[in-house]
Design a protein around this ligand. Sequence first.
Ligand code: NIG
Ligand code: FE
Length: 412
Amino acid sequence: MQLDLIITNIGQLLPMDKEGPVKGSNMNDLTVWENAALGIKDGKVVWIGSNDEINQVESDQMIDANGKLVTPGLVEPHTHLVFGGSREKEMALKQQGVPYLEILKQGGGILSTVQATREASYEDLVEKALFHLDRMAMHGITTVEAKSGYGLDRETELKQLQAVKEANANHPLDVVSTFLGAHAVPSEYKHDPEAFLDRMADMFAEIKAENLAEFVDIFTETGVFTVEQSRRYLQKAKDHGFGVKIHADEIDPLGGTELAVEMGAISGDHLAVTSDEGIKQLADSNTIGVILPGTSFYLGKEEYARAREMINAGAAISISTDFNPGSCVTENLQLIMSIAALKLKLSPEEIWHAVTVNAAHAIGRGSEAGSLTIGRKADVVIWDAPNYLYIPYHYGVNHTNTVIKNGEILYQ
Ligand code: NIG
Ligand code: FE
């Protein structure tokens, strides 16, 4: 067989070859191939074998991995990629102990980014998104979900969704779009959140027709949207053919996790303060829990999501940065892997499932991303690491050696 590219001398290869989503104790069962080689042709993985068998194939190009770790490209299932401005001035408020929801109530937080996003030009938003995508790619991410939600009016939400579409078209990474028009109540609708949700729902048909988003998400939280409002809104989204997601139980335990299960959401995200009942229901469902421990860290919380209990109960868990300008300002999913180990007490095996196969399933890409099996997209990372334990262990820096997307070398 004539290959385009072969990676030889792989110390450890993680194929992530389980049918996903991978639930409960199966997340701890990781396949590791040692002394392996991987062949790529036409952007796909076409050959995987022992390094001793490489004489069976020929290749135009070869990379000697020199005993390093090789995994699928990381999948990032929850980001707020497109936004105007930044919020470094909020750091002082946080240090003074002003709570996140209080900053929002005073018109800051999400609402200050809304102001900046409304003022930003379309071109600036696209350029900024491409910059952040580059940084994600450098850190080993090859597929990423991106939410709108900093417009909160028709024009700006569409501007954000168009920017996501353009970023997807102009960047090698795959970007999966989510409409998060229901991210906060804008000041114009302060006294009538229901009317605001109706305005956002009025956009569903157009967003669907223009193929501007695959999923609809809502922030179900004290002072934002109630469970009842969220249920009605998401039902309308489902009626329009969208998959649904919820920012659930992030700060107050309102029951967003239970609602995600009830609505058949593809994912329930955050789940930092999910109830015992919510954990049980999640475990018995097909909804993936997307845990964002970097957000708990960045908001200075003592309590983290009970991901350990969720997995023990049988749930499928993914982890993500939640990259956004307010509650978690980092594109580095490797750092989140370390926080997941230290604060969520997840094992390295569980963490690798959480950032590959389960993350792909959480954004509807389970059959193409998050795995290195024959026929899949050749989204591959060679890590400057001798084994898979090493990435969560050595924290806060970038360990990528080579990042390959669709068979093409992006970074080396
Ligand atoms: O996932 N919780 C709501 N939305 C984001 C934060 C957005 C922001 O602060 O700008 C989150 O944490
Ligand atoms: Fe978020």
